[in-house]
Structures are given as structure tokens and as C-alpha cells.
Design a protein. Structure first.
Lengths: 414, 278
């Protein structure tokens, strides 16, 4: 008889020391992902394993928080471990991971013609120094949600400029209903919101030549607009400084705001039965400032092949399978996952299930990735901190962006 | 004498496993950190370094001072006998026993801008105009929110440490002081406080070291915001190592942090010794 605790302990030790998987004659491809809510990933894996009997996909459902998964990937890759053959990566992680040499370039594996079928922003965000490191699977971009019913009540058109947004918010707000809510906490989400406005006001953070332009007039005007929105126009509640995505959605869904900036995921949740704003909402690209065009910050996920994987061929096969039009359609219909392929936004079956996909396709076609710089996390933190300082009136908009620019230039120069 | 040295050897043998574990989980990583640390010159150029040191120091000073006062009061109350004292002592320890991250989530709800209990409570008391108070949206109130949460959690620890000091004070001294006509306040000032001082010094140093390394509470409650005004050194070092992947500089930050602690502890010990007239 073997004593049970000893066996458990031994198994734990072994599993901590290295990768062990059943000897079933199949090539195991492993990756870490968010919890598979709705089961669409499992459905795709099931199909894949039927089509490719020699491959077994081990999806590890990790924490729901993206930065926790980013750390898990980073820790494994820092130790040059082959724990994961694929990495399911956020667009913002691509430069950092690629610069460290953790990912395999994929250019040789995929025909250029096929690449043309993906949304341009998703593709741009998958590249680092000209090389492709990721196959986009899921697109994401920020947009403006509005309350159709409240605008109609006052006979107001859907605002297309910041000025119109402020005017419409002033006319529709009440003591209980705020004008505009967004993700204003000091974190990555704040930079996403802010960059949409900076682009919308005709500014930029890093231009293609690598020059830092965040302290220029358009960016200052964009930040001034947000600060005034809170403290002068009072269309934005001060509480947004504590809001991430869910706090923002809750405020809007409970009818406490006329306009909201959020990601597409909020749509399905707000259109569910029992939602107070069901059938009363619309989406448009974010408003622009004087001299700018509406812009969206690109989010989105995709598969990258680990440079430490011992089965890169099978890993790429899995990535390609997930990125295929059939899989993406399944993921959308079953899990509301937005496709990264252009054609699906005009697909009759998709549009029948979700007519708003047409408007969404327009938003995502113009979505721009955040700068692909290996030191982006440090740059983003500098920007987060000073934008947050301006929103809480510790610094004036011009001061805040000047300080952020100094820190971002220092990070870029190192 | 042979027996004596033999006993000594056996004692070392008994201690060896524990010391080995300490070496592996303590000394080894510390050694690694020193080995990996580099780019020290960046400490002087880093615009974030002094702000986070300042935040950490003020947080440490304020929370430890408040904990000392409250902890002493709690210790005195729990030391004097009253019915149900055992239960009260156990109850007081609950905040200390909770995992900080879990407790920080609870505080995040308490300070929630839209539906937080804190705003509602003060509104009912007529102290604020609206129950919706964005506590964590303002640098000053966010700082005090962290202080409140930390004091709530660690005062029991302070109280327990101080109670051990109270236990060491002989009752005869109080009796003698009472015979000499000293009232409760005077007895506290001439007997309790001077005799408790060594324990106070230890407790304050303990807590100062812990608060100086505060990470989880800040990470969960404010994430260092707004405007980076609640970011502590530990939170910053985490960002530098894990998010910016600057391992050498991150370790340099940790080494600088350790030096700060050594300096701080030295100063406190020096002050304690100087105050007692050698």
C-alpha cells in the first residue's frame, strides 16, 4: 500500500519542477487564458481536436484579471520555461514580450494575402519592429455609448464633437443622472480613454518618428476638456476617478449617466433582460475635438507562439485554428467575442444575431493601438499618474502633460 | 564542562533544520537581490523615487503614531480584569487575523464612491451633504483612507505587543506608588510608561518596518492613485520589476529601501537610548 499523502506531495513537487503530461501519443499545446465563460473556447478546442487528432490542447483557465495573467506569462518566460507553448496576449503586451525575445516571429508562417483579411489596427498592434508576433483573435476598441431615450426626449442629435457632448450632457443631466462617465482611475484604462480624446483632438503621444508629442496643444486641450468636464462644466461626477470598466458600466446601466465611454463587452450585458437601459442605448465612435477625427483605442487579444516552446509547429496550428473565420464566428455567437476579421462585421448570420455589429465594425476599423514601445508600461504609468493628477486638480493640464512628457522621453531614451 | 559544550552542540543540531530553512527562504533571496541590484545612479535621476519615499515615510509616521496611542489604550483596557475579558481579547485580534488583501477589498467597498458605507454613515450623521463621497478620488482623503484601514488592521498587533510589556511590570510597584499617594494618571506616567518603554520601542520598530514595506493594502485599495500620491516604495518596486522588467533597478530600489529601514531603526534605537539617559 502506498500512503496517499506522500503520493500527493510527490505529484505536487513533480508538477512544480517541470511540465508533465500524459503519454497519450499526442502533441500537447498549452496556454493560459481567462476563465472560459460561455464555453466557446472549449467548443473550438473540441472541433480542433476532431480535425487534428494528433493534437491535444491544454487550456489553463487562469485568473480573470489580465495583469495577473500577464505576470504568470512573464514569470514563466523570464525563467525561459516551456510551460506555455502559446501565449494569449493583450495588444498592449506585444512590444514588451517581443522585445524580451519571448515570442516567435510568425511572418514566414502565414501568407500575406490572408493577413489582409484582419482589421488593420489589430494587425498593427501585433507587430513589433516590423515583424508579426501575434495572430489577432479578438478585437476590442473604446466607444461612446449614449441613451437614445434621454436624447430623444430633448430632441437632441447624437453628439459628434466634444462641444456637442458637453452641451447635450448639460441639457439631459439631472441631480441623479450624470452627463458622462468613463474609466478615470489611475490605471491602464485611463490612458486608453485619454488617448482616444488626444487622437480625437488631432494630437498624438509618440509619432512614427519616435518623438514624444503628448505635451503639445491638442493633448493639452483634450485633458483640459476632461478636467473642465469634472470641475467646471460638472457633467462628469468626481467619482469617475475611482472607476474602472465595471463601475462605469454599473453607473450607466443603473441609469445614472447619459453618456459612457466603454469597451464593446458592455453592450451584451446592458441588453440583457432585467437591464434598466435595455433597448434604450446606442453606440458611436468617440467624439472628436476641433480639428480632429473620432478615434478609438484598440484593445484585443491574440495568440503568440512562445520562443521557448518545443512544439512551435503545433502551437501555430492551434493559433491559426482559433483565428480562422469559422472559429471567430463561433466565439462571437457563443461568447460575444468580437472578431478580428473584417468580413465578419458584414456576415449575414452575425448581423442577424447582432445588428449593432455594423456600427461596431465602423468603430473598430478606425481603432488605433497604443504605441508599440518595449517600455510602454513605464510610459503608460507616467501618463496615467499625471492625467490622474490633473483630473484630481493636483496639477494643471499643461503642467501634468509637460511632466508626463519629461518622464516618457526619459523612458524612451534609456 | 564537557557536558556543557555537548549540550551546546546538541542545541545547535536541533536548531540546524530551522536555520537551514531560514537560509534557503531568507538569506538566499536576499543575497540574490544584492547580486542582481544595479544601476544605482538611476536612484538620483528617478523623478518617482523621492515622491514614493515621502509617501511611504508619512504613511509610516502617521499610522504608527496612531496605532501606538490606540494600541496602548486597548492594551490598558484589556489588561485590567473585567468580565468577558478573554472573549474581548480574542475579538480584538480579528482584524489582525484577516488577510490584508481580503480586508482591503472590503475597505474598497466601504469607501466606494457610489454606494460606500462610509459616505452613507457620515451622511446620516449629517456631516456630509451627499452620501456619495468619492473618498479615493482625492489625494488627501485617499491617503487617510489607507491610514484608517491600516490602523484598524494593525492596532490589535500593537496592543498584544504592549500587553506583553504590561505583564512584565510587577504589581508591587503600583502598590508602592499608590501607597505614596499617586493617582491612576500619575501611576501611569511614573510606573507604566517608563517600564513599558523598551516594549514600546520594539513594537514601534516592528510596526514601522512593516508599514514601510506596505504593499497589498495600497495595491488593492488605490493602486497608488490618484496622481500617484498614495504609491509606496514597495508598490513602485513591484511595478519596476514586474511591469517594467527592469530587474536590476528594481533590486536597487529594494536595497535602498532596506538601507532606509536600517537608518530608521538606528535612529529610533538611538532616540530611545538617548531619552532614557543611557
Amino acid at each position: 500500500m502506498i500512503r496517499r499523502p506522500a503520493v500527493v506531495l510527490l505529484a505536487l513537487l513533480l508538477s512544480a519542477c517541470g511540465r508533465s503530461e500524459p503519454d497519450d501519443g499526442k502533441v500537447h499545446v498549452r496556454f493560459l487564458a481567462a476563465p472560459d465563460v460561455g464555453g466557446f473556447a472549449k467548443a473550438i478546442i473540441e472541433r480542433l481536436e476532431k480535425d487534428h487528432p494528433g493534437v491535444k490542447v491544454d487550456m489553463i483557465e487562469g485568473p480573470a484579471a489580465g495583469d495577473a495573467r500577464e505576470n504568470m506569462y512573464s514569470t514563466a518566460f523570464m525563467g525561459k520555461e516551456d510551460s506555455y507553448d502559446l501565449a494569449y496576449v493583450d495588444v498592449a503586451w506585444v512590444p514588451k514580450f517581443a522585445a524580451q525575445g519571448w515570442l516567435m516571429p510568425l511572418d514566414a508562417l502565414i501568407p500575406p494575402k490572408e493577413l489582409g483579411e484582419f482589421l488593420p489596427g489589430d494587425l498593427e498592434g501585433s507587430r513589433y519592429e516590423g515583424k508579426l508576433y501575434r495572430l489577432p483573435v479578438q478585437s476590442d476598441g473604446g466607444m461612446l455609448y449614449y441613451r437614445k431615450d434621454l436624447l430623444a426626449e430633448k430632441g437632441l442629435p447624437v453628439p459628434r464633437t466634444w462641444e456637442e457632448l458637453v452641451a447635450a450632457a448639460k441639457k439631459t443631466r439631472t441631480p441623479e443622472v450624470a452627463g458622462f462617465v468613463f474609466q478615470g482611475k489611475q490605471y491602464e484604462g485611463l490612458v486608453c480613454v485619454f488617448m482616444e480624446l488626444v487622437w480625437g483632438f488631432g494630437g498624438d503621444l509618440l509619432d512614427p518618428g519616435g518623438a514624444v508629442r503628448i505635451d503639445e496643444a491638442p493633448a493639452v486641450a483634450a485633458l483640459t476638456a476632461l478636467v473642465d468636464g469634472i470641475h467646471a462644466d460638472k457633467i462628469i461626477p468626481q467619482a469617475v476617478l475611482t472607476y474602472q470598466e465595471e463601475e462605469t458600466r454599473n453607473a450607466f446601466q443603473e441609469g445614472r449617466a447619459v453618456f459612457m465611454r466603454n469597451w464593446p463587452y458592455a453592450w451584451n450585458l446592458m441588453q440583457k433582460e432585467g437591464s434598466r437601459v435595455r433597448g434604450k442605448i446606442g453606440i458611436v465612435p468617440m467624439v472628436a475635438g476641433p480639428g480632429g477625427k473620432p478615434a478609438a483605442t484598440l484593445g484585443g487579444w491574440g495568440f503568440a507562439v512562445s520562443a521557448f516552446s518545443r512544439r512551435p509547429k503545433e502551437a501555430f496550428l492551434v493559433a491559426e485554428y482559433f483565428a480562422s473565420a469559422e472559429s471567430q464566428k463561433l466565439a462571437f455567437l457563443k461568447g460575444g467575442i468580437l472578431p478580428s476579421r473584417k468580413a465578419l462585421y458584414a456576415d449575414p448570420e452575425v448581423l442577424k444575431a447582432a445588428p449593432h455589429m455594423k456600427a461596431l465594425g465602423r468603430v473598430l476599423a478606425g481603432a488605433r493601438p497604443r504605441p508599440t514601445h518595449p517600455r510602454w508600461p513605464r510610459m503608460s504609468d507616467a501618463l496615467q499618474m499625471h492625467v490622474s493628477a490633473a483630473l484630481s486638480r493636483q496639477e494643471s493640464p499643461a503642467e501634468a502633460l509637460r511632466a508626463a512628457a519629461v518622464e516618457i522621453r526619459a523612458a524612451a531614451a534609456r | 564542562m564537557r557536558d556543557h559544550s555537548r549540550a551546546g552542540a546538541v542545541n545547535w543540531l536541533y536548531a540546524a533544520p530551522a536555520m537551514l530553512v531560514m537560509a534557503v527562504v531568507g538569506l538566499l533571496p536576499i543575497g540574490y537581490t544584492f547580486g542582481l541590484a544595479g544601476e544605482y545612479h538611476r536612484l538620483a535621476l528617478d523623478t518617482r523615487f523621492w515622491p514614493v519615499v515621502r509617501t511611504t515615510l508619512s504613511l509610516t509616521a502617521v499610522t504608527v503614531a496612531l496605532e501606538l496611542v490606540l494600541g496602548l489604550a486597548v492594551a490598558l483596557v484589556l489588561w485590567s480584569p473585567f468580565p468577558g475579558r478573554g472573549l474581548a481579547r480574542a475579538a480584538v485580534l480579528i482584524p489582525w487575523a484577516l488577510p490584508t488583501a481580503v480586508m482591503a477589498m472590503a475597505w474598497r467597498w466601504i469607501f466606494n464612491a457610489d454606494s460606500g458605507v462610509m459616505g452613507d454613515l457620515l451622511f446620516r450623521l449629517g456631516l456630509v451633504a451627499s452620501p456619495q463621497v468619492p473618498w479615493l478620488a482625492d489625494a488627501t482623503s485617499a491617503f487617510w483612507a489607507i491610514v484608517l484601514a491600516d490602523v484598524w488592521k494593525t492596532t490589535p498587533f500593537m496592543a498584544v505587543l504592549l500587553m506583553s510589556g504590561l505583564a512584565a511590570i510587577p504589581d508591587e510597584l503600583y502598590e508602592a506608588a499608590a501607597l505614596d499617594g499617586a493617582g491612576p494618571v500619575r501611576r501611569f506616567l511614573v510606573v507604566t510608561l517608563p517600564l513599558l518603554k523598551p516594549t514600546i520601542v520594539v513594537a514601534v520598530i516592528f510596526r514601522a518596518i512593516q508599514t514601510f514595506g506596505l504593499f497589498d493594502l495600497v495595491f488593492v485599495l488605490t493602486g497608488g492613485g490618484p496622481g500617484g500620491r498614495t504609491q509606496t516604495i514597495a508598490v513602485y518596486a513591484y511595478d519596476v520589476v514586474f511591469r517594467y522588467q527592469e530587474l536590476a533597478y528594481g533590486c536597487a530600489l529594494v536595497v535602498a529601501m532596506a538601507l532606509c529601514l536600517v537608518l530608521m531603526t538606528g535612529l529610533m534605537l538611538g532616540a530611545a537610548r538617548g531619552g532614557s539617559g543611557r
